[in-house]
Structures are given as C-alpha cells and as structure tokens.
Design a protein around this ligand. Structure first.
Ligand code: NAD
Ligand code: MG
Length: 387
C-alpha cells in the first residue's frame, strides 16, 4: 500500500484512540499530519509526539499555552480554537478520521469533505444534522466518504453500489443496550453509570447513553438514509443482543448479505484505513461455535420511544433531524449531570420536536443556527423538568 497522510479530528476519544492503535501497528503505511482534541492537552501532546504529527490542535482556546508547554522541545506545531480545528480538517491529508462527538464536528467535517480526500465518518451527529449538505459537498469535491459506524460500515461492505435498485432493504442491528430487558419502572430510576455500561461495546459516554435509549439506532437510521441510496421505508431495525452481525442488506431476489465480526471498533476502522485493501488487526476472531446461537427481537417502541422520534424526524424532514439531534445532545448532557431522569431524555426530545418546524437548512451556517435554537429550547424544557 502506498503511504497515506492522515488527520484525526477527535484523536483523544474512543474512536480516535482506536484509530491510532491501528496506525501504531502499521507505522510504515501512514504519516500523521494533524491531531485534534477538545480539552485533553496531555493526551493530545503525547499522541502528537509519539506519532510525529506536524500539527496538534486543542479546541479550547484557553488551553493554547498548556499545549505549547506540553509540546516544548518537539517539532509539533501547536494551535488552538475552533477555527484552528477547522483548518486542521482542511489540511489536505489523504485520509481524515471524523471522530469529534456531536455537532461540534459539523464545520470541521465539512472542511474535510470540501478538501476532497477520503473522509472516514464516525461523527454521526454531523451527518444527521446536515446529511444532504455533507453528501453534496462530497459529490462536488470528489471526496470519498467511508462509514466507520459499525452498522454502516457493515452495510457498505454488503451493498452493491453499482446496482442500488437491486437492494430491497437495509437492516440495522441494535444490541438493545443495557436496559433491553428492564421494565419501564426500573428504567425510570436508571443512573448515568448504569446507562453508560454497554454490554458489548466500549465507547464514549454520549453514544453509550444513546445506545441505552435506542436514540443511537434512530440517529443511525438517518445516517443510513444519507449514506445509501434507498428510501426511508427501506430501512429496518432489528435487536440482536450479541452484536455479532453488524447489519444486513436484503436484495430483491431474497438474498440477504451480512457482515459479522467481534464487537471491536478497530474492525470497521481498519476497513476504512486500508480501503479498498485490507489490513491485519489484532482483533478477536469470531468463534461461531463458542457463540452457539444468535438472537433477534423487534425493538420495543413503548420502552424506547427515541427510535420512533427519530423515524418521525426523518419522515418529516426539513430541519427536524437537526432539531432531534441537538435536543438529544442537551438532554443526554443533562442526564449525565443527573439533572433529568433517564426517561426524560426522549420526553425532552419529543417536546422540542413538537414545538416548531423551520425549513430545511441550505448551508452549514443555517444548520448551526437551527442547532443553537434547538439547544436553547431543549435547555428550557430540561430546566422545567429539573425544577
Ligand atoms: P469520545 O467522547 O470518546 O471522543 C470525542 C472526541 O471529540 C474527543 O477527542 C474530544 O476531545 C473531541 N471533542 C469533543 N467535543 C469537542 C469540541 N467541542 N470541539 C472539538 N473536539 C471535541 O467519543 P467517541 O465514542 O470516540 O465517539 C466519536 C464519534 O464517533 C461520535 O459521533 C460517535 O457517535 C461516533 N461513534 C463512536 C463509536 C464508538 O465505538 N465509540 C461507534 C460508532 C460511532
Ligand atoms: Mg453504531
């Protein structure tokens, strides 16, 4: 494989660290250009020095001095602030990992897409809020968009892009999260620690809570809608507690193709790092005999209303997916700070969605505006619940 230059947006997070773990095992194939993080100066500086990055950017501008001090004596250039993160995204690397969490990633991801290289997409919130604008930017610049989210990476591996008309259905699998079998009353009292304790995957706090509410699967429905040329009605969800099948594609002739693997994000990340080739990984191999049986259930929309809300936002279109996402980010943050209860998360999102319906955004600035307003309204709603 020819050596590729690489930038990681959100290098210190769960996906960012998994990406660097793979790069460390294949040093001769990758040259690190830029790494970014939000507040973890020590983590970022250590990564930048270990991988010989040209540039390290900390999102919080107040931390520039600390980053410079941490990088003193090295060749790594330091920068800080949201504009510097945007510039790092436009660094012209062959391959960029978009692994910032939340709509904080909107502008940087857009810059990476406009720069026209390969963008490995983990930051699902950006795609949910601004999917049409993102895929259009990729088309215009010729950027290649590779899905990192395990379900979408699975679909990508099974989907016949030359014959999209032959696909009848995309079936996303969901683990069901830590509360899959909990009765509603127990869910009402669920704590942040219980919600982030995912049975199969180790991930950042926000996405772990999204898995517990099933909002993650809702966001993934919208993500799939933008990544694959099938209509919303062709997108299905099935609960599969073992997280062995990462998703499936059903064809018109009745054939169903699936991608399987151990629940380790390094598998889909490796797929995007090496694509269109393959690379070795240290990931656990599937032992089908040891697994024995795979289970499947329909999602329970009564206990997990977030999934229904996401479907509704996708069907209504316009600015609704961006509002859904922003309200969810606020509600999850409030839940993690013990401000609202677990079941309040979906209630807040539903209340904000019902409040108003602005037109579809036509630019990233408009998405940012919709996002800001939805956060304000969601803050109001969570404030009322808290009091
Ligand atoms: P994380 O919280 O572990 O890491 C987030 C990263 O974003 C960190 O590097 C952090 O410094 C950076 N960041 C946070 N706020 C920022 C801001 N305001 N400005 C700039 N940078 C900021 O999250 P994660 O679990 O690695 O998830 C990253 C993204 O990938 C999310 O969108 C998530 O939905 C998606 N994803 C994650 C997984 C997983 O297994 N962790 C799986 C599928 C998809
Ligand atoms: Mg996923």
């Amino acid at each position: 494989m020819t050596r590729r230059s690489l930038t990681i947006l959100g290098a210190t997070g769960s996906v960012g660290r998994s990406t660097l773990d793979l790069v460390a095992r294949n040093r001769e194939c990758y040259q690190v250009v830029a790494l970014t993080a939000h507040k973890d100066v020590a983590g970022l500086a250590a990564q930048a020095k270990a991988f010989g990055a040209r540039l390290a950017v900390i999102g919080d501008p107040a931390l520039l001095g600390a980053l410079e001090a941490a990088l003193a004596g090295s060749d790594v250039q330091a920068a800080a602030g949201p504009e510097a993160v945007d510039e790092a995204a436009a660094s012209g690397a062959d391959w960029t990992m978009a692994a910032i969490v939340g709509t904080a990633g909107l502008k940087p991801v857009m810059r990476a897409l406009e720069a026209g290289g390969t963008v490995a997409f983990a930051n699902k919130e950006a795609l949910v809020s601004a999917g049409a604008l993102m895929t259009e930017a990729a088309r215009a610049s010729g950027a290649t968009l590779l899905p990192v989210d395990s379900e979408h990476n699975a679909v990508f591996q099974c989907f016949d892009r030359a014959r999209p008309g032959s696909v009848r259905k995309i079936i996303l699998t969901a683990s069901g999260g830590p509360f899959r079998t909990w009765p509603l009353e127990r869910m009402r009292a669920a704590t942040p620690a219980e919600a982030v304790a995912h049975p199969n995957w180790s991930m950042g706090a926000k996405i772990s809570v999204d898995c517990a509410t099933l909002m993650n699967k809702g966001l993934e429905l919208i993500e799939a809608y933008h990544l694959f040329p099938v209509g919303a009605e062709a997108l299905d969800v099935v609960v599969h507690p073992q997280s062995v099948i990462h998703s499936l594609v059903e064809y018109v002739d009745g054939s169903v193709l699936a991608q399987l693997g151990a629940p380790d994000m390094r598998v889909p990340i490796a797929h995007t790092l090496a694509w269109p080739e393959r690379m070795e990984t240290p990931c656990e191999r599937l032992d089908l005999v040891a697994i024995g049986a795979l289970g499947f259930e329909a999602p329970d929309l009564g206990r997990f209303p977030a999934l229904g809300l996401a479907r509704q936002a996708l069907a209504e279109g316009g600015a609704k997916p961006a509002i859904l996402n922003a309200a969810n980010e606020i509600a999850v943050a409030s839940f993690l700070e013990s401000g609202i209860g677990f079941l309040d998360i979906a209630a807040v999102v539903g209340a904000v969605l019902d409040r108003y319906a602005p037109p579809a955004p036509t630019s990233i600035d408009e998405v940012v505006e919709i996002d800001r307003e939805a956060r304000r309204v969601a803050g109001e709603v969570t404030g009322k619940i808290r009091n």
